[in-house]
Design a protein around this ligand. Structure first.
Ligand SMILES: *Cc1c(COP(=O)(O)O)cnc(C)c1O
Length: 363
């Protein structure tokens, strides 16, 4: 069986370095917001090209903290794609603001920039972008809209560590960016982790306090904050894995190129890259077919594990009962037709060719 994602194999490559990193923390005797978190924040700043990185507990918190730092709440509207992992939308709900859903482009699965303006009202404060499946959003169009209406741009970069839009990395394309280091992401910890990147000094200072009870100075609280810190044990593991991120992303690109060149089945629509090859880091390789259930079962029967990202759109979830009557036809079509094939830096050539061979025989 070719697994969808073999996390053990991914992390085993760096076992010695990871063990040394953990040992270093044990020996430091400092287990919350110590040197290891600081070092990772500095390394990630260098990588993303931003001024600041603030390590937090997970990706959802990273988004919530950004929205809180901007002071968004009831009455404020935030534009967000209708087809995203639900965390992007939950963050907006968590601060009491209103998520305003926008349909995606069926070719890229990214927010359809042509549909944003019609959703803007006098209450719109920000556009929360999602670089879905690993592909950077079309920033030129989005920047034009944000400038015209004076909106903040918040990136959800949880699936796109390292993607580059016209020489600038994801995380440095908007006003603030949220990252997740959930184990399955392109840069994954051995547990939960997250970060915010930004070039805004004031925002960074607020975020540093907000993640730590709203405290800027021990036992003095400026804000009603949270406890959402990047774990001191996860930070040095992330520093180890960050060194290999570009090489791993390149491996994903190569697999994607092979898939896109050699998968040749009229029933299956392959993903496309609208920009440069570097604009995509292939967190997921998502194909589309009207025979999705049949294809998934066929692949499983033939030794290829796949996953659906995602089976139920956010507006059809029980958690958002109030939206269940709404219609987002493109979003709904995507959720009915997508299937993610295995893609990871540890896949062997044999595995890649087996996936291609099996999928080409599907009818
Ligand atoms: C994974 C993910 C998140 C949430 O990250 P966690 O660390 O699991 O909280 C948010 N947005 C997107 C698009 C994601 O893929």
């Amino acid at each position: 069986m070719i697994p969808f994602l073999d996390l053990k194999a991914i992390n085993s490559r760096h076992k010695t370095e990871i063990q040394e990193a953990i040992s270093g923390v044990i020996d430091s005797g400092w287990y919350i917001l110590g040197e290891a978190v600081k070092q990772f924040e500095e390394a990630f700043v260098t990588y993303c090209g931003t001024k600041h990185c603030i390590g937090v507990a997970n990706g959802l918190d990273a988004l919530i903290l950004i929205l809180r730092a901007y002071g968004y709440g009831p009455g404020d509207e935030i534009i967000v794609p209708a087809n995203t992992y639900i965390a992007s939308i939950l963050a907006i709900s968590a601060v009491g603001a209103t998520p305003v859903l926008v349909e995606p482009d069926l070719k890229t699965y990214l927010i359809n920039t042509a549909s944003i303006e019609e959703k803007i009202t006098k209450n719109t404060k920000a556009i929360l972008l999602v670089h879905l499946y690993g592909q950077a959003c079309p920033m030129d169009e989005i920047n034009n809209i944000a400038n015209k209406y004076n909106l903040k741009i918040i990136e959800d970069s949880a699936q796109a560590h390292g993607a580059i839009y016209k020489d600038t990395r994801v995380g440095n394309l908007g006003d603030a960016s949220a990252f997740s280091f959930y184990p399955g992401k392109n840069l994954g910890a051995l547990g939960d982790g997250g970060a915010v990147t930004t070039n805004d000094d004031k925002l960074a200072e607020t975020l540093r306090a907000l993640r730590n009870y709203g405290s800027h100075k021990k036992y003095e609280n400026l804000y009603k904050g949270m406890n959402s810190r990047l774990d001191e044990l996860q930070a040095p593991i992330l520093s180890v894995k960050l060194k290999y991120l570009d090489v791993d992303n390149q491996k994903r690109r190569e697999i994607s190129q092979t898939y896109r060149k050699e998968i040749n089945n009229p029933q299956i629509i392959l993903p496309s890259v609208y920009g440069s090859e570097e604009s995509h880091v292939w967190h997921l390789f998502v194909v589309r077919t009207i025979k999705r259930e049949k294809l998934q079962k066929y692949l499983l029967d033939n030794g290829v594990q796949t996953v659906i990202h995602y089976p139920i759109p956010p507006h059809k979830q029980q958690a958002y009962r109030e939206w269940n009557h709404l219609e987002f036809p493109i979003t709904e079509q995507i959720h009915e037709e997508v299937l993610s094939l295995p893609i990871s830096p540890v896949m062997s050539g044999d595995e890649i060719h087996k996936v291609i061979e099996v999928i080409n025989k599907f009818d």
